[in-house]
Design a protein around this ligand. Structure first.
Ligand code: GH3
Ligand code: MG
Ligand code: MG
Ligand code: MG
Length: 316
């Protein structure tokens, strides 16, 4: 037996099986103005048992679809919208699916341009099925690595900027955003307000019901605040049972209304078996001459006053 040949044969079969397996989980679009080419590609996919394919012989019709595919097989030369236009449009929509260009002519410049605007690979007609399968296989491999890296980066970013218990932003994220964006905006005449609040007698909650119930209260609090604030507002876990909300564009009156809403919602928050909880609030609006320190000190003072004068209230 020629061992080398045998091994090659086996690994090519394995690779093909794997590629077909991946393709079966993908939504595929084939765009080609030639009915004959479409038929060839359809034979290729049919033969491999892949039936999640939409065939377009009109690129305009394709561009009117929602363009949500995982793999695109695009002909270069087509009337009205050619391969370059189509690839451009796909990438313009932030779609990161695999794009393979198919072309009859060895038009090196056009191919090179297509690769530069986002095609992942190309193959020449007439299509060689074995080679096409190999190209797909290497594209799918790269695609999976890319996806994995994106997920990893997202996860790391999430971990670096969020508090793991409540999902609220952490203090260091807020401080960075604060000095980079908000204080600068304030100097330029934009406004924002800050709410700082703290759960009342939270130590008792832990002592009476245990740390785990305490954690549930913290999570429940962050959840209810997230539902009350706007998309542009930033909720941050400032300390143990202390939260801070940044409200861009909000004047102190609006921020006070939000704080009052949160206060009432915390009162009606029900965590199984745990008695009613209250919270105290400080609210302030940025002043042109504010520094990070002066602003946080001011809102902290208001919160302190709220605690001092009986808790379960908003002080501004
Ligand atoms: P006050 O009304 O004056 O704020 O009283 P308090 O008891 O809430 O304040 P204190 O600062 O004395 O206690 C805060 C408690 O919050 C103590 C700490 O055990 C608890 N805590 C801080 N972080 C966590 C956490 O992640 N999980 C739980 N369950 N408890 C926490
Ligand atoms: Mg064509
Ligand atoms: Mg407290
Ligand atoms: Mg506290």
């Amino acid at each position: 037996i020629d061992l080398k040949r045998f091994r090659r044969y086996i690994s090519s079969i394995e690779s093909e099986t794997q590629t077909i397996g991946s393709l079966k989980n993908m939504k595929i679009a084939v765009v080609d103005d030639s009915r004959f080419s479409l038929q060839v590609l359809q034979d290729f996919f049919d033969k491999s048992g892949i039936h999640t394919v939409d065939y377009y012989n009109d690129s305009e019709k394709f561009l009117n679809s929602d363009l949500k595919y995982d793999l695109y097989v695009i002909d270069l030369v087509m009337p009205v919208y050619d391969g370059e236009d189509v690839i451009h449009r796909i990438r313009e929509q932030n779609n990161d699916g695999i794009i393979i260009l198919v072309t009859q002519y060895g038009d090196v410049r056009a191919i090179s341009h297509c690769l530069s605007i986002g095609a992942d690979d190309f193959i020449l007609k007439p299509l060689d099925f074995k080679l096409f399968m190999l190209r797909l296989s290497s594209c799918i491999k790269n695609y999976k690595v890319k996806k994995k890296n994106i997920n990893k980066t997202n996860k790391l970013y999430q971990r670096a900027t969020r508090d793991s218990l409540t999902g609220a932003y952490n203090r260091s994220y807020l401080k960075e955003k604060f000095s980079k964006e908000f204080l600068k905006g304030c100097k330029n005449g934009e406004t924002f307000s800050v709410i700082l609040f703290d759960l009342d007698f939270f130590k008792q909650i832990n002592d009476e019901y245990g740390h785990q119930k305490g954690d549930l209260v913290l999570k429940g609090t962050a959840d209810l605040v997230s539902k009350l604030i706007r998309k542009t507002d930033v909720l941050c876990r400032w300390g143990g049972e202390e939260f801070l909300v940044l409200l861009p564009g909000a004047h102190i009156e609006e921020a006070t209304i939000v704080a009052e809403k949160i206060r009432r919602e915390v009162e009606s928050l029900r965590v199984k078996g745990v008695k009613k909880i209250t919270s105290s609030f400080g609210v302030t609006q940025c002043q042109k001459e504010d520094t990070e320190d002066s602003l946080f000190k001011r809102v902290d003072n208001s919160l302190y006053l709220a605690k001092l004068t009986g808790r379960n209230k908003v002080v501004y």
